[in-house]
Design a protein around this ligand. Structure first.
Ligand code: TYM
Length: 317
């Protein structure tokens, strides 16, 4: 079976952009590929985050992903930092990739601008760790949102460089995009929905009814904004109502208040069963932690085997 992998950072709250751009696809693809999904906690260290926050947010994210349908019986589900090979392989990749390539990365530029007092080396070499996350398992398919495409291109460059310098070992990484690879922000429809644009930008998976209603009520309704709300409605709402509202929009007859009410309702209904599962899972933290431990064991096994071969190829076995 074809090998597929993806990860998500445990920083802030997981939101509908993460869900529609990536996680929804992960859940569906579990039946078609040999899948691994991980919590990218080492990547979160590029931001200022306390030990306690990182621990809590990792736990919350594991719970959220399980509640959304990641199934540890079908997929290997683990925490990046539990498998040592990610860090080791990323060092090897760091020695292959020119600094200039890393400096070109949009995410590096954005993040450096966002946290000018914390432009750490990890922010720069972030894509080498991401390439290691993927290639440690010799995975070829990576379901992500649009913002990760540039990093995946760099993973391809890194694999090619390794294969040329040593021997052909790593596959060419390919992104797998969802129907909604770039969901836009509620408060700034020109920009993608993102934790870094503040809470008003996104609907978090854990948001309560009143919060969802309030955020959507405040959502910007210029032309692009309404288009985004309609797009969101198309994923969660009623098909017939969606096509009627789209028609009304094109003839200038759409009432934004009605769209917002319908959309809030649809999202609340969609999130209700997920939030119920979250509550159930939270009652049993030892079960959640055991899922991660079991996943790490399986991942470590594959990682060890591949890393052993890499060590031989580069002369450090
Ligand atoms: P992260 O944690 O920022 O986001 C997780 C996933 O959600 C997608 N996403 C979106 N998709 C559509 N619309 C949006 N507004 C939106 N916002 C976020 C992201 O594209 C991503 O797929 N560097 C990665 C994590 C990572 C990784 C990896 C991914 C680390 N190693 C290896 C794949 C393979 C990140 O920060 O994603």
């Amino acid at each position: 079976m074809k090998i597929l992998i993806s990860g998500i950072k445990p920083t802030g709250h997981i939101h509908l952009g993460n869900y529609l751009g990536a996680v929804k696809n992960w859940v569906d693809l579990q039946n078609k590929y040999s899948c691994s999904f991980f919590i990218a906690d080492l990547h979160s260290l590029t931001m200022k985050i306390s030990a306690q926050e990182l621990k809590q947010q990792t736990f919350d994210l594991v719970v959220d992903l399980l509640a959304m349908g990641i199934d540890p019986k079908k997929s290997i589900f683990f925490r990046q930092s539990d498998v040592w090979g990610h860090a080791e392989l990323s060092w090897i990749f760091n020695c292959l990739i020119p600094v200039a390539e890393l400096e070109r990365m949009t995410q590096f530029k954005d993040e450096s601008a966002r946290q000018p007092d914390n432009v750490n080396a990890g922010l720069l070499t972030y894509p080498a760790l991401q390439a290691a996350d993927i290639l440690l398992y010799r995975a070829q398919y990576v379901p992500v949102g649009h913002d990760q495409i540039q990093h995946l291109e760099l993973s391809r460059v890194i694999a090619r460089k390794f294969n040329q310098r040593y021997q052909k070992f790593f596959p060419e990484v390919q992104p797998v995009l969802s129907d909604s690879p770039r969901l836009m922000s509620l408060n700034n429809p020109q920009k993608k929905m993102s934790k870094s644009l503040g809470e008003a930008s996104y609907i978090a998976i854990r948001d309560k009814r009143e919060i969802i209603q309030a955020k959507i009520k405040k959502a910007v309704t210029d032309e692009q904004g309404v288009k985004n709300l309609l797009e969101l409605y198309s994923y969660f709402g009623d098909k017939k109502k969606h096509s009627q509202m789209t028609k009304d929009f094109s003839t200038g007859q759409l009432m934004n208040v009605k769209l917002k009410e319908e959309l809030s309702l649809a999202i609340i209904q969609f999130l209700e069963p997920i939030q119920k599962k979250i509550k159930e899972l939270e009652k049993n933290p030892s079960r959640v932690n055991k899922i991660l431990k079991d996943g790490a064991k399986k991942a470590q096994k594959i990682a060890d085997k591949n890393l052993k071969e890499v060590r031989k190829m580069i002369g450090v076995d």
